[in-house]
Structure formats: C-alpha cells, structure tokens
Design a protein around this ligand. Structure first.
Ligand SMILES: [Zn+2]
Length: 224
C-alpha cells in the first residue's frame, strides 16, 4: 500500500497547508482517510476523486470533513457517486453531510471490507465520537489513530502494524484531546514501528525525537 499525505494540519492549516486527509492506494483500489481542507484539489494530483472506492471518516470535526462540500459539487457535475463511511454521530455536521449530493453513506462497524482493504475500527478518546483504523491489504497493515488523547490501549490496538499514522496535535504539557509528539514517539518505540506524526498544530514547531518518527510532509508518499 502507498500512503500520501494530502493535509497534515489540525485544527486549521498553516500558510499553504491543508487539514487532515490521506490517500491510501492499494493494488486495485484507493480510499481517502478523512477529507479536510485542501483535500479535493490535492487528491486530483494522484487520482480522480470520483474514482475513489470510498471516503472513510474517523470523526466529524470540521478539519476532517470540510472538503466533502465541494466534493459533492464535483460528484454532481460528473454524475458520479462515492461511498462515504463515517461514525453514526448525532451532531450539526451530520445534518450537513446528510444533505450532500453524491455520497452513499454507510456507518462504521467494527470490521468492514472496503474494496481490497480490511478495516478494523476502535473508538478512541476525543470529545466527538472518533475512531482509529487498522487497515490491511496484501499482508501489510497501516494504523491511523484519527484524533485521540493518549490511552494505554492504543499500543494493543496498533500492535503488529507496519506503519503508524498518529495524531500529534497536542503541545507537550498542555491539556488537549490529542497525542503529543513525545507520546507518539513512546508508541513508536513500544511497538518498534515506523511512525508518521501528523495532525500537526500550526502553532508548534515539530522536530522528530526518534529515528522511528517522521514528521509528515504534505504531498509526500510513504510505503506501508
Ligand atoms: Zn477532532
């Protein structure tokens, strides 16, 4: 599998940047993981958005969903439909998404087969219902944390993954419902797994604390 970072920031982008969105390409299918600001235009450099097998949302905070709105215009213009897999959360954003054209909505279940990808979802710790994703194809596994505060069980949920993509939106020693870079490094070290630090707070300066941890770069493609 190949993972491309479309947008690496949260909750808002730095100059020229985008918010959480990732393209995952396998042998025969491609899915988008979250769909924040900038996702649609950046995705088009790699695949036609209407040819995605699905968009999978970890949760419905704005910085993970906002480019669904112009994506719906794109689908309407091209008379196409795309599967949208998301938490069954009762919130304002849900009402907006329900009214969008072009999406076939399915709700997250613990285990789902999406194209060639086997997804396992686990509920994480975040103010809005949010899920991590373990995604396997061709004998390789990606773990994406979505947004979450640190929880001890994350090392069990992510164990055995070949690549970790971890939310690092929290400044060290501040309260926020996100991981910090040092917590991501702890998870990487515990699991001896290559890790990409993402959902970066644009107010912070990130320097990798470990050879196992790579600070995400937008437009970069990583092998899983
Ligand atoms: Zn969030």
């Amino acid at each position: 599998m190949k993972l491309t970072v479309l947008g690496k920031y949260g909750p808002y982008p730095a100059a020229g940047g985008g918010t959480s969105s990732y393209l995952l390409q396998g042998e025969s299918a491609a899915v988008a993981l979250d769909f924040g600001s900038g996702a649609l235009g950046r995705l088009a450099r790699f695949v036609a958005a209407e040819n995605l097998r699905a968009v999978v949302l970890s949760h419905l905070h704005y910085d993970h969903i906002c480019d669904l709105l112009p994506f719906s215009y794109c689908l309407k213009a091209k008379d196409k439909r795309v599967e949208l897999i998301m938490p069954d959360t009762d919130c304002f954003q849900r009402k907006i998404i329900d009214d969008l054209d072009g999406f076939d909505i399915k709700f997250i279940k613990p285990n789902m087969r999406i194209g060639e990808f086997d997804f396992s979802f686990e509920k994480m710790r975040h103010p809005l219902e949010s899920y991590s994703m373990r995604i396997s194809s061709g004998g390789r596994t990606l773990f994406y944390s979505g947004d979450t505060a640190f929880c001890p069980e994350i090392t069990e949920i992510a164990a055995g993954s070949d690549l970790l993509l971890l939310d690092c939106g929290r400044a060290e020693n501040t309260p926020a419902p996100h991981l910090s870079l040092s917590e991501a490094a702890f998870i990487a070290k515990t699991l001896k797994a290559q890790t990409i630090a993402t959902h970066l707070n644009p107010a912070l300066n990130y320097v990798s604390p470990s050879p196992l941890v790579t600070v995400a770069r937008e437009g970069e493609t990583y092998c899983v």
